[in-house]
Write a protein that binds this ligand. Structure first.
Ligand code: SF4
Length: 458
């Protein structure tokens, strides 16, 4: 495991912390986040969401300009909250998401919230249920991944209460697609486990209905957030996208938690089901054993013949990259380069990375604080030869320019149709991932006339 050897970033893998907080806020019903900063801090993030999901999401900006960037802008929060509440009568939750500029100015967001709660909300909106949350996401540290983690904790911290035990588990999915949520709900249903799926993005794949709704939002309600304090336990699928909230619930309400693994591939899905069993006492049903068998059968058709020894580079969110690397190893592939796009100090202590260090028997580089130039330069210099790249659409030109097949996975994916609809988690996700990898390799064999005849006799 290495750190990037340059200062500066060329073609970043991630965007900044406020983007993660914005992703969490669009997962909550009747919630519109106010991004306290320049308009670009929300405009470009909304654009990414719209590109990835091909849907519109509501996010607001306090819209700083030159004067406020110098003299302070807390009055812009006050105006923004008032305008938002006037314009959207259904809004109940308003997270105030700070950015690099407002953190540098030192705007006292919590102080403004207290002022609004004792003033505007009592005077003008006394008949409305309104919750304001301060989410501090300075973008000069961390990334969209840590921003997601912070925002999940702050939402849970705001609402969680202790009432009657509800026999549910909290499931914090992390930054996943609607198709993943559907797949996770399927596994929960088969296990007969009642779960509170948090920051629930299944509805981001929204129908176009006759009345013409053009805005999407997630399915997590205030009630769901309140009841996190009454759960029998919390399962966090992605260590870096939910652990802070699980730690809070454990410390504050003595709710036990299990962190990871991301259920990508067979062994990690097995682990997830075993964790559900451990937490709830429910057995793994025959239907899932059969599903597992179907997936293993599909993988067996591909592994030895097409995947063995294929060299892969993977970039994106850390839990995704690590989960995909574990799956590639199980498929006899060689993930030779893993790029983690920020410098979280916990990566070097991650047990999964330690396991790579101890067990992997080929040359594997893991770069922290990496950018896409770390990938491009190694290809251009001839330091690595790759059979496949796995990552989001920001890497597409590296793949195109260097004639390397690429499977789009992660966020954002905007140059392939409908990928947000397909799960990569669970047994169905393992099958989809492996078959897509194979299909990408097959297309490459055909275009390059590289043993394409094999497909005739397979
Ligand atoms: S880096 Fe700063 S200015 Fe740029 S989008 Fe992020 S918060 Fe806004």
């Amino acid at each position: 495991m290495k750190k990037k050897e340059r200062s500066g970033t060329i073609n970043p893998i991630f965007t900044c912390q406020p983007a993660g907080a914005q992703y969490v806020s669009i997962g909550v019903e009747n919630c519109i986040g106010i991004v306290h900063g320049g308009q670009g801090c929300v405009m470009f993030v909304r654009l990414l969401f719209a590109q990835h999901f091909k849907e519109n999401f509501l996010l607001a900006s306090s819209s700083l300009h030159e004067d406020t960037a110098v003299l302070g802008a807390t009055h812009r929060i006050e105006e923004a909250v008032d305008v938002l509440l006037m314009r959207y009568p259904e809004v109940k939750v308003v997270p105030i998401i700070s950015t690099c500029s407002t953190e540098i100015i030192g705007d006292d967001v919590e102080g403004v919230i207290r002022k609004l709660e004792n003033g505007l909300l009592k005077e003008k909106y006394a008949d409305r249920e309104v919750h304001l949350i301060s989410i501090s996401t300075p973008s000069f540290k961390g990334s969209m991944v840590s921003g997601y983690d912070i925002a999940v904790r702050d939402f849970v911290r705001k609402f969680a209460t202790k009432n009657e035990p509800n026999e549910k588990i909290n499931l914090i999915t992390g930054w996943v697609n609607p198709g993943d949520v559907t797949a996770l709900k399927h596994l929960l249903k088969e296990m007969d486990v009642d779960a509170n799926v948090l920051f629930e993005t299944e509805s981001f794949d929204s129908p176009l209905m006759p009345k013409g709704d053009a805005v999407s939002y997630g399915g997590t309600t205030i009630k769901d957030l309140e009841s996190t304090g009454d759960a029998i336990g919390t399962i966090v699928l992605n260590r870096y996208e939910g652990k802070l909230a699980a730690d809070f619930l454990e410390t504050e309400f003595e709710i036990p938690s299990i962190i990871g693994p991301t259920p990508i591939g067979i062994r990690n899905t097995d682990a997830f089901l075993n964790n559900l069993k451990k937490m709830t006492g429910k057995p793994i049903p025959e239907s899932l054993v059969r599903e597992r068998g179907v997936a293993i059968d599909a993988l067996t058709d591909l592994v030895h013949m097409f995947f063995a020894d294929k060299k892969v580079a993977i970039f994106g969110n850390p839990d995704l990259v690590i989960g995909l690397a574990e799956f590639c190893i199980d498929l006899e592939m060689k993930p030779v380069l893993l790029l983690l796009g920020d410098d979280n100090v916990n990566y070097s202590r991650d047990p999964r990375i330690k396991e790579f260090e101890e067990k992997v028997e080929f040359e594997m580089e893991i770069i922290e604080n990496a950018d896409l130039w770390d990938l491009e330069k190694r290809i251009k210099n001839g330091d690595i030869e790759l059979d496949l790249i796995i990552g989001h659409s920001k890497g597409r030109f590296i793949a195109i320019d260097n004639d390397i097949p690429m499977l789009r996975v992660g966020f954002p994916v905007y140059d392939r149709a409908g990928y947000y609809r397909h799960p990569i988690v669970g047994y169905a996700g393992a099958t989809w991932l492996a078959e897509e990898m194979a299909n990408v390799l097959f297309t490459d064999m055909e275009y390059k006339k590289n043993k394409e005849w094999i497909l005739n006799v397979w």
